[in-house]
Design a protein around this ligand. Sequence first.
Ligand code: ADP
Ligand code: MG
Length: 695
Amino acid sequence: MNDKITLTQPVISLKGVGEKVAERLQKIGIEQVQDLLFHLPLRYQDKTRLLPLGSLRSQQEGLVEGVIKLSQIKFGRRRSLLCHIEDGTGSLVLRLFHFSKSQQQQLAVGVRIRCFGEVRSGPSCLEMIHPEYQIITDDEIVPVDTDLTPVYPTTEGLHQLSLRKLLKQAVVCLDQGSLIELIPDEARLHPVADTSLEQALRYVHQPPPDANVQQLLDRQHSSQRRLAYEELLAHQISMRQLRLQIQQHQAPVLVGEGKQRQALLKQLPFALTKAQQRVVEQILTDISQPRPMQRLVQGDVGSGKTVVAALAIIETISAGCQAVMMAPTELLAEQHLHTFKVWLAPLGINVGWCAGKQTAAERKQVLIDIKSGDIQVAIGTHALFQDEVTFNNLGLVVIDEQHRFGVHQRLALRDKGRRADMVPHQLVMTATPIPRTLAMTAYADLNVSVIDELPPGRLPVTTVVVPETRRDEIVTRVHAACKEQRQVYWVCTLIDESEFLQCQAAEKTAEQLQQALPELRIALVHGRMKSADKEAVMQAFKQGEIDLLVATTVIEVGVDVPNASLMVIDNAERLGLAQLHQLRGRVGRGNVQSHCVLMYHPPLSQNGQARLSCLRESNDGFVIAQRDLEIRGPGELLGTRQTGLPQFRVADLMEDQDLLAVIPEAADHFLATTPDRADALVARWFGHKIDFGHV
Ligand code: ADP
Ligand code: MG
């Protein structure tokens, strides 16, 4: 009997669990009875009420009952059994592709049937395909369920029904009272945290008959939110632990003479903004410590992050160490290489290059020079972090546009360049303006600096939204801009299509534009071009030798040509807000008024309209990110790939922003009062190893 089983016993003590099932459960992190309790329902099925057939909508899931008015086998592409049922309010078709002779006889005209399933729109009317069903005989009163039915995440070989049975047993074990509340009162900073853990778990696994069904279905019940609070807290604490772990290591103390930094500043045609100065100070302070810096610099596109990185790199070199800067695309890495050569070569600093598309001989030499320390600053793509790359004396790792990399990569890079107990300092930079609450979650292991000021004199880019039907007008506009010695980007997007198709589209567009505008100097850049060719085109564009650059989204990040003042984005409706904002950031970098034309192919969906208007109305990355979050939800906006956020079980980064807001402080209190419980809390929610989703 269950009443002897406690929560910390292995699941094998439960009825129905043998070696095989225990093994399968272990695969999804369930070893003890208690782990089952933290295996939370994904959603619920509502079999507590009968829905009138007349009220059904497509995609709705529900319980219905009716009398079969017509039952026939249809021979189409696939043989199917169709039963038309009616209940006086409307009708519905039940469709079975697999059915036996006896089923066919059972589902005869006049029979009353109760079904549960998802409603879909069929060829002529609403249908349920393979519903769960039950025949109701006339003299019988069959009650509906009193409770919602939880639906659990399963794994291969583990049936939903078996999981439900196990959970029933596990909930009984809750009565043994061995469930430990890990969150101390001090860390309960939100009213939802006042519910007891036991109560919350019991509720979500077995919602009582009087439960507020809609709230539960919407994941808004206080029990669910109580669990979300704990999950978010556990996540925050695990990130803090990660941070502490790194802090155990030594890092080189990087303090230079400052002369070289001064030399760069003198050489620049501009003065740093206050925000840049502040962030540089923060970084210099960090790297002067014998503990590894773990700092994120957030700054909207064009806020001037590159020069901030350059100053940190110079400091590193003058302190006698090497630095490395990694960019997500080869194109951006090449831009950086060029910029850094201009900035650093006059200071006598040797800048090297490491990317995927080098010849074997080139690469060999680069590897030798990095190892010997001849290359003091290595710029490149992720090719820099392959095993064969060894540094002589790596002091600083800079990762640009970190949102393009996953969190794993960020963590893996921490290990790069580790010698004995020495870990290099790490600076990550991103323009992804994610809302503050999300940033605190995604980057809880980092210190965050924000460059919250654009260089002076920048005029906000004006944005218009135009249908493709007005293409000719836009071409005229491109012409006019080039006549005024301005330069133009024409971006061809094809989301979800292969890179090959994207490049093809760009090639075609370039040809068409060249025909329409024969006197313009037009060039093309896309991802399938050779590295050297791409670089040559970009340099020519930068030098003003090209008027119009037709490009794929390879130019999304980092490309910096201040004289470009017009950007046309073809098929703009296909891109997300964040990406459009990044692209648009390629113009408006000089002191003239810049424009962005978002060209769409009508008809534009409502959602598409909302997104494009948002860009037209705002130039502020944070405002745009917040809107994007509202329109698309955090999964789309961030994706685990981008943030490295784990898949949460109950927490929802959009719905739970109010919880997120207090979590960092709650974590402070938790760690101050009950540091010894941190491991247990993290293990309870994330197992022994936190799962950052797939990359
Ligand atoms: P991002 O933050 O998007 O990486 P960049 O570092 O590419 O921005 O800088 C954008 C442009 O602004 C570059 O041309 C850069 O030289 C210039 N810039 C950077 N800082 C300043 C400043 N303080 N004043 C004027 N221009 C600046
Ligand atoms: Mg940049």
